[in-house]
Design a protein around this ligand. Structure first.
Ligand SMILES: [Zn+2]
Length: 254
């Protein structure tokens, strides 16, 4: 099925009528250090989501490109909305689709900061029996593979993200900046004192904006990540398409 945004309203009636599931890409427009573009996260989500156009039973929605990125705001170019705004926006977008009869959606997410809001939106939609809309984070689905491919803790503008975008959009990646990104990076996310988190914004613990070891990036590893993630997404969509809606709602008391 093609992208909903490229159909007319007259076509959409048929498309939505035959769609079992929807895919909604979400990401962010935020600093990713000196080697990657601001749109990294929504570009990644969109690339995964658009692989679902091969499926007959799936409708792919337009990408939501700005997310919960206030913790990157001190870096130039970062755009952000609050978690509450993002949660509501996603929730209402999915509810509007449910109005057209598609009540199962996978939110294909490219940004870690969106995760809490997406889980809350999914919970509300399910509790109201409006829609079943689990969020799918591409990096979580390929966690094991990334651990084999890279020696890093990572978390942001790292070897994993850099490799993926190098594969997807070579024109937007600056490999000659990986060393500078890594020089100013922290090894892992956040900063802690005796177990308490004391770094709340990225600038508190990373000078370059990166977290991880982007010098390990490799476009062939990015291709492997993309293929593995795409296969997981496809399997998730198979499962959700076959899932009766009645089984998606919250259970009754024992
Ligand atoms: Zn990112």
């Amino acid at each position: 099925m093609t992208l909903l945004a490229e159909r007319t309203t007259t076509d959409a009636a048929d498309e939505l009528g035959s769609a079992e599931v929807a895919v909604l890409p979400t990401g962010s427009t935020e600093q990713h250090g000196p080697a990657l573009p601001l749109g990294m996260d929504f570009m990644a989500a969109e690339a995964f989501a658009h692989t679902a156009t091969d499926r007959e039973d799936t409708v792919v929605l337009p990408t939501i490109p700005i997310g919960v990125s206030g913790h990157h705001r001190q870096f130039d170019g970062t755009l952000y909305v609050s978690a509450a705004t993002f949660e509501r926006y996603v929730e209402e977008t999915i509810a509007s689709l449910a109005d057209h009869g598609v009540r199962k959606t996978v939110v294909v997410n490219g940004h870690g900061g969106n995760t809490g809001a997406l889980r809350r939106a999914a919970r509300t939609l399910r509790n109201e029996e409006t829609a079943f809309a689990p969020p799918w984070n591409w990096w979580d689905s390929v966690d094991d593979l990334a651990a084999d491919l890279f020696d890093e803790d990572g978390g942001h503008a790292d070897a994993m993200e850099s490799s993926l975008l190098w594969h997807l959009r070579e024109d937007l990646v600056r490999p000659d900046e990986f060393a500078a990104a890594e020089d100013g990076a922290s090894d892992s996310w956040g900063e802690f004192s005796h177990g308490a988190p004391i770094g709340f914004d990225t600038i508190d613990f990373s000078e370059s904006g990166a977290v991880g070891r982007p010098t390990q990036a490799d476009p062939e590893k990015g291709a492997a990540l993309f293929e593995a993630g795409r296969d997981h997404l496809d399997a998730l969509l198979d499962w959700l398409a076959a899932q009766p809606l009645a089984d998606c709602w919250p259970r009754d008391h024992k």
